[in-house]
Design a binder for this molecule. Sequence first.
Ligand code: IMP
Ligand code: MG
Length: 180
Amino acid sequence: MTDPKLRVLIPAGEIQARIKELGEQISRDYPNGTLHMIGILKGATFFLTDLARAMKRDVFIDFIGISSYGKGKTTSGEVKVTKDLDISLEGADVLIVEDIVDSGVTLTYLMHLMEQRKPSSIRIVALLDKPERRLRPVEVAYVGFRIPDRFVVGYGLDYAEKYRNLDDVCVLEDTAAEPN
Ligand code: IMP
Ligand code: MG
């Protein structure tokens, strides 16, 4: 796909190599028990399926849908669940799988919600982290890549639902608004 607005930031090969490392590291950190991987729709689906295959242990997978009110660059802070989990989390080790941590609003909300379901532990893995943009402190246990404050698309990440199916993570140049 040649699109003049796209500039490759993280090539597919680097993404896959990093995911292999993360899979091995996380598998070492959870030697026993069942690990529930929970992907946040839709952006994290590509990352979750590759990470699950990089795991050296059994995993359960599930998805949660979340929408944050308000579009544009700033999040309103209000979040709602649009698709809930299928599997109970009681007593489980939970790994929340996210595409990118930006303000931290989404994950702060989700962590509160998941804690109410009494898992035995809960951690976050995010492919990308934009630490400069953080408004709420969130502890991200595993990060694929720290990136600068640029709007990125590809490998699950979208701009108005477009570009999710790119293999690379690319910077999208000249975007006036950046909807979540
Ligand atoms: P947060 O609540 O501000 O941390 O928002 C995280 C969500 O915003 C992510 O799950 C993405 O859906 C979206 N997001 C944040 N930054 C970007 C970006 O650079 N490209 C595409 N989506 C983004
Ligand atoms: Mg998202």
